[in-house]
Design a protein around this ligand. Sequence first.
Ligand code: MN
Length: 234
Amino acid sequence: MRPEFAFPLPEAPSVAVAASRQRFPVHRIYCVGRNYADHVREMGADPQRERPVFFMKPADAVVANGVAVAYPPRTANFHHEIELVVAIGRGGRDIREPRALEHVFGYAAGNDLTRRDLQDAAKQRGQPWDAAKGFDCSAPVAAIRPAALGEVARGRIWLSVNSELRQESDVSRMLWDVPHIIAELSTLFELRAGDLIFTGTPAGVGPVKPGDRLEGGIEGLEVLRNAIVPAPPP
Ligand code: MN
């Protein structure tokens, strides 16, 4: 029997699939922090001692390509972080590294938007990152390119603000590569079809303000474009 809900179910968050009418329904959003040595250094830490970490964003934080992002409340230091996003098409737990890529549906460019001032404060106090990372509209993602068209183990990753290049690296420089991330994550959580994994950002993160135009990408994947607009009046 179908359950009777107290109010209508919200629409399932989803992401476009490149060259397809189908959409990828989002189950969870996992993120890897500290996965490029140059970014670990710019955050004032030592990549030898600070291992990559996992955190999460809510599934409904996804923002479609081309949609403007309102400057979020309670921050004065709102940062961009361009990242390779892995979309999981087949779930599992304790996934072994050599078979990890069999679980990948596809790849996309994403932006792990961050309230850096709240993150710095949370780090200092040993508090969780949710308010710094998992706020509304914190996860813009471009169309997912199916893995059948090729895995993404290398390739240029970049982001520009108002056409000025801010971040540039290569996906091959990740400390944990995609198979290792999937294997590690699946020992902590049972992965499911619909999960997205943000795999970390290279150096060059920095603040954005209303009126800025963000463009970022990964070689071979759809370019992600989002403008930052003023916060709506209350
Ligand atoms: Mn990040």
